[in-house]
Design a protein. Sequence first.
Length: 163
Amino acid sequence: MEFTPEQFMARALELAHDALSLQEVPVGAVVVHEGSIIASAFNRRETDCKPTAHAEILAIEAASQSLGAWRLERTQLYVTLEPCLMCWGAIIQSRIPEIYFGATDPKAGVCGSVLNLHEKPLFNHYPRVTGGLLAKECGQILSDFFANLRNQKKTLAMGNKNL
């Protein structure tokens, strides 16, 4: 049975929900090789106390271990949020040829939002980038997470005023 890009992104979205259950920014990622998921991860910056523990980085590291190689040729990365600059660097370094992302990131995205690094002839590797896959669902979980976070901060601030 052959899986569709939407099914791979749906799995990444499930991982984003796992991140949410740990109060992490809900981003999930999977790496696919020859039609099968070989690695998956979700954000763990808070859990691991590591600024580099983005879903993409963790999934890329796991995929390298799975394949026994740092070059992830013939793979695809599916991630629920447009990659940031750090993750783009890891994508370039690992030679992933295809990237699929869900929601755009107007604050840190480098595949069309803040920068268009995938369109610049600056690097030795040029992955094909497709954005907007399950964008509504991927964006909604992030919007809900940040709205909830703002409400918690507001409630906490109001509680401190009453002391």
